[in-house]
Design a protein around this ligand. Structure first.
Ligand code: G4P
Length: 530
């Protein structure tokens, strides 16, 4: 297969959901179809035993949640699929947002009994920001579910995107019979014999009285009514709108019992795109450009405690990557060889020798990469557009309990900040005994305390701070705290020396601006702000 064909068969997407909607179960079914795992329970087991993929973080085991996002690759019907997993826990970090930057589309898993939940809403906003296509899988139809029309309306209303039901459920709970594929005019009827691929597709005319025998007269009548309503009321299917993130194709099914998962995967792979181009200032870098390029979207240290390693995850944007090939690190201004590139295959990491546009690779990082960095073929020097920084929403003041451990404390905090899991600030005129930490999700505070203890042998003293908004100071000359009327807001500096003001409420931003007309306050990154 040549490079163009390799790239054309790649699909790179993120799965997003509120915790417990069934993301892990669905991912596992995908992997099963692709033959990447031999039996169910490998991915799920991870959640409880948390063995292979992320044993580096004890906190995940203790709390049974996925703190970091991981990547999996598998093959299915000629496609090479990269799934980016996003942590579903209500507390999450910028990592989650950045993972979405590396994806070309997103699959949103929704619990049919619960509809749109808080976490989905938040992740969804990031997808909208990038206009990436969103596919909806309404899961758990084998349980009592809400009315499918109501669910679609909720998605439209809450998330502000049109929906198109690609298939329609026939009953729910114990009566869940399968789905009606609208384009094909087929009923995919399921018989539950233990969950394996037990679906039979029956081509039918909706008016066919024979259908009564298959799904019963009541559900048959209901389906006829629903489909009539759907055909009359819903907007037309438009692949172009799907690909611009304006219309979300909706599928119904049950990941646990394997109903509707494979038809979903097949349609999804057809509708979603091959690796998309990325912007680098004035240039657009196409996936099929034969020269290799990639950007770093995530850095993770100490994945293996014994080795104190640090891995930079990068998305290959164009061309082909070959191990030991020399590449140019634009931000570092140096040519280098990427050592021991690896990929995560289901539950295992493996060393790879080549990768193509759309793939995600992890390389050992001797401490030279930062998030957003560009790597490209020698002779090229473009920079991919920066990955937005998300404004932290929670703040703590932290210091080492043991003042003798100041050095380790600083090293640890700076390292973890470089990975992008936390942002650090310092009050002006102070030494480095204490640091103000800002995070997007409060779980990161626990992760920080845990990692400082286990990796740097530092116990933290922490104090919660009431701030929840921040603005960059845009004045040319540095401003002075004693010349400003800041009320309960606070002036700090980030580690690049930028002045930042922390506010306790949205309202107080206006209050401060009102009283300090010469102070220029600039918005900071993406994220909340509604
Ligand atoms: P998450 O990754 O989105 O957090 O969800 P996960 O797949 O772990 O699923 C959460 C729970 O929902 C699990 O039950 C799982 O078995 C169940 N589930 C997932 N898909 C379906 C479905 O289609 N139908 C039904 N009825 N249940 C589903 P659990 O009790 O928390 O875990 P376990 O004891 O099954 O391992």
């Amino acid at each position: 297969m040549d490079m163009t064909q390799e790239i054309a068969r790649r699909r790179t997407f993120a799965i997003i959901s509120h915790p417990d909607a069934g993301k892990t179960t669905l991912t596992e079914k995908f992997l099963l179809y692709g033959g990447a795992i031999a039996q169910a329970g490998v991915v799920k087991g991870k959640k409880n035993a948390r063995a292979a993929t992320s044993d580096w973080m004890e906190i995940e085991k203790q709390r049974g949640i996925s703190v970091t996002s991981s990547v999996m690759q598998f093959q299915y019907e000629g496609y090479c699929i990269n799934i980016l997993d996003t942590p579903g826990h209500q507390d999450f970090s910028e990592d989650t947002y950045r993972t979405l930057m590396a994806a070309d589309s997103a699959v949103m898993v929704i619990d049919a009994a619960k509809g749109v939940e808080a976490q989905t809403r938040k992740l969804f906003k990031v997808c909208v920001m990038r206009d990436i296509p969103i596919f909806t899988f309404i899961n758990k139809m084998d349980r009592e579910a809400r009315d499918p029309f109501e669910l679609c309306q909720e998605i439209e209303k809450e998330l502000g995107i049109d929906t198109y039901a690609v298939n329609w459920p026939i009953g729910c709970g114990k009566e869940f019979q399968g789905v009606y594929d609208r384009a094909k005019g087929k009923i995919i009827h399921f018989s539950s014999n233990g969950g394996a691929k037990a679906a039979t597709a029956t081509e039918v005319d909706l008016g066919d009285p024979g259908l009564d025998g298959l799904i019963g007269p009541r559900l048959h009548g209901q389906l006829q009514e629903d489909v009539e309503l759907l055909d009359g009321a819903s907007c037309a299917f438009d692949l172009d709108r799907v690909r611009h993130g304006k219309l979300s194709p909706v599928f119904f099914g049950s990941a646990l019992t394997n109903f509707g998962v494979e038809p979903f995967l097949e349609d999804f792979l057809r509708m979603t795109t091959a690796p998309l181009p990325r912007r680098a200032g004035e240039e657009t870098v196409e996936a099929t450009d034969p020269a290799f390029s990639a950007f770093v979207f995530k850095i993770q240290a100490n994945m293996n405690k014994a080795h104190r390693d640090r891995i930079a995850f990068m998305r290959v944007v164009s061309g082909k990557f070959e191990a030991d090939q020399e590449v140019y690190h634009v931000q570092g201004g140096k040519a280098l060889k990427l050592s021991r590139p690896q990929q995560l295959m289901a539950a295992e990491r493996e060393i790879i020798s080549e990768a193509y546009a759309g793939d995600i690779i992890g390389v050992f990082d001797p401490g030279i990469f930062s998030i957003g960095d560009t790597l490209c073929a020698k002779g090229k020097k473009f920079r991919f557009d920066p990955i937005p920084t998300f404004a932290p929403e929670h703040f703590q003041r932290i210091r080492s309990m043991d003042t003798m451990k100041r050095k380790q404390f600083l090293k640890g905090v700076e390292q973890i900040a470089q990975e992008g899991a936390i942002q650090i600030f310092k009050p002006p005129y102070t030494g480095m005994e204490e640091v103000i930490v800002g995070v997007v999700g409060t779980l990161q505070f626990d992760v920080l305390a845990y990692r400082l203890r286990s990796e740097y042998n530092v116990e933290l003293h922490t104090e919660g701070l009431p701030y929840c908004y921040l603005r960059m100071v845009g004045n040319e000359e540095p401003v002075k705290e004693d010349e400003l009327n800041l009320g309960d807001a606070k002036l700090v500096e980030d580690y690049k020396g930028h002045q930042i003001v922390l506010f306790t409420s949205f309202w107080s931003i206006g209050w401060v601006q009102e009283r300090n007309k010469d102070l220029i306050l600039l918005e900071f990154g993406g994220g909340k702000e509604e």
